[in-house]
Design a protein around this ligand. Structure first.
Ligand SMILES: Nc1ncnc2c1ncn2[C@@H]1O[C@H](COP(=O)(O)OP(=O)(O)O)[C@@H](O)[C@H]1O
Ligand SMILES: [Mg+2]
Length: 429
């Protein structure tokens, strides 16, 4: 007994209590389960967590990585261990929850909506169940959820379903590495992100008052200004699956019935709802409208525009984000399909300094970021990252992992030619 610490006991007990309370309370859904428990019990076929949740040896091993659950729990009189099926149960739930409540478990309850639900009216705990739940990643964040849905589309849709999945990359929020904090945003961009967070939170209210013109964003700006990164970061920030479509893909040879496939992309988005549908290279629409490419492609583009009209954040739970590097190519028919145009300008001198500060933060050395920012007019956020990368790699060739301002200045200079070429290119076209 001496070598069994209380933390292990509480870990297992939390799991048992969560299972028991979840099993007994019809009001609780998958979104109330902490992700590590939810993922483990996920049933891919039905895409849910079926009740009752049973806790056996192997579950405890998989979720908590304990081999000796039996020993850990042997001191608790209210835990029953059925040797034969190796199922752990609570003989009396009340005894378990009372014992648990006497321990130092505030953090556990505040990070587990199932427990928060149970303890919200219990003794002196001041637990705000709604608040705890709002911080728990919803089921749509889990890879298991996203994978199961895509698989269903592929199997139900047969060959078409499979084709359609070639058109779109589907990411689970937990697999999106991009953090919103790693992108330096303009105040307008920040405000836009917050607006969407609220719109999603208050979707029911917006539906009730009939406000539907929200949730179609067009990100406009030169390459390397953070459009794709911001869209992805919103997936992580909002906990919404991310469906990424590249419009140039719709011309791919193997996609026979393109219009149908586009319909399917939107169908998939509705099935994955709530989710983000990200359409990159949106200017591709304009190109096909003006040039005389073959009729099938034009039909496809018209289908796309119609699909965009028909989808809604408030009604369907789909946040649509388009992105373009070439706003001049877009005609009014494309523009007016978006409620908000979010500009991604080249960073100004203050943003450049912020980006340098952020990227240089983990690197050893003393830097004058003000000077670097002043030197880098017309550099995009992506260029600035590349400059730092160059400086790091150059230093490594001399086996140095500490950088100097000189290293940075040299890397900026090396990059200048590229920036000038691009500027001249822009003027001539
Ligand atoms: N404002 C910014 N702050 C921080 N990093 C940026 C910013 N803009 C671009 N980057 C970085 O540059 C790279 C390319 O950005 P990306 O989002 O692909 O640009 P876009 O889609 O606009 O072409 C990414 O690594 C991104 O993090
Ligand atoms: Mg991009």
């Amino acid at each position: 007994m001496a070598n069994i610490n209380e933390k292990s006991v509480l870990d297992v007990l939390e799991l048992l209590l969560t299972a028991e309370i979840y099993n007994n309370s019809g009001a609780l859904t998958e979104d109330d389960l902490p992700p590590r428990i939810r993922k483990h019990y996920w049933d891919a076929k039905n895409n849910n967590v079926p009740r009752p949740i049973k806790v056996v040896d192997s579950d405890i091993k998989a979720i908590l990585n304990f081999d000796d659950a039996h020993e850990i729990m042997s001191s608790l009189p209210f835990v029953n261990f059925d040797e034969f099926g190796s199922i752990f149960t609570l003989t009396v739930l009340d005894l378990g929850t009372k014992w648990f409540a006497k321990k130092d478990v505030k953090d556990r309850i505040n990070n587990n909506p199932v427990l928060a639900y149970y303890y919200q009216n219990y003794g002196t705990f001041h637990v705000d169940y709604k608040e705890v739940k709002s911080r728990n990643p919803p089921k749509e964040s889990d890879r298991a959820w996203v994978e199961a849905l895509s698989k269903n589309v592929a199997t139900e849709g047969g060959e078409e379903g499979v084709d359609m999945l070639k058109l779109v990359h589907v990411f689970a929020p937990e697999d999106v590495n991009q953090k919103i904090d790693d992108i330096v945003l303009t105040p307008e961009q920040e405000a836009e992100v917050e607006k969407i967070v609220k719109a999603i939170q208050y979707r029911d209210y917006l539906r009730k008052i009939g406000l539907r013109e929200i949730g179609k964003l067009l990100f406009v700006g030169p390459p390397g200004t953070g459009k794709t990164s911001t869209a992805r970061a919103m997936s992580a920030r909002l906990g919404l699956p991310f469906l990424e479509v590249k419009l140039s893909m719709i011309t791919s040879q193997y996609l026979g019935e393109t219009s149908k496939n586009i319909d399917k992309v939107f169908e998939l988005a509705k099935k994955m709802s709530p989710c983000i549908l990200f359409i990159d290279e949106f200017d591709f629409v304009a190109k096909t409208r003006t040039s005389d490419e073959h009729a099938a492609l034009k039909r496809a583009v018209n289908t796309l525009l119609k699909c965009i009209d028909d989808i809604s954040l408030v009604n369907d739970g789909v946040l649509l984000i388009g992105a373009t590097n070439h706003p001049k190519l877009l005609d009014s028919a494309a523009w007016r399909r978006f409620d908000e145009i979010v500009m991604f300008p080249l960073p100004d001198v203050e943003m450049r300094e912020q980006i340098f500060k952020m990227v240089l933060e983990p690197i050893d050395g003393k830097f004058n970021t003000e000077e670097l920012a002043a030197m880098t007019e017309n550099y995009s956020g992506s260029d600035l990252r590349l400059v730092v990368r160059e400086a790091v790699l150059n230093a490594l060739t001399e086996d140095r992992t500490t950088l100097t301002q000189e290293d940075m200045v040299r890397a900026v200079r090396q990059f200048e030619e590229r920036i000038n070429l691009r500027l001249n290119d822009g003027q001539s076209s």
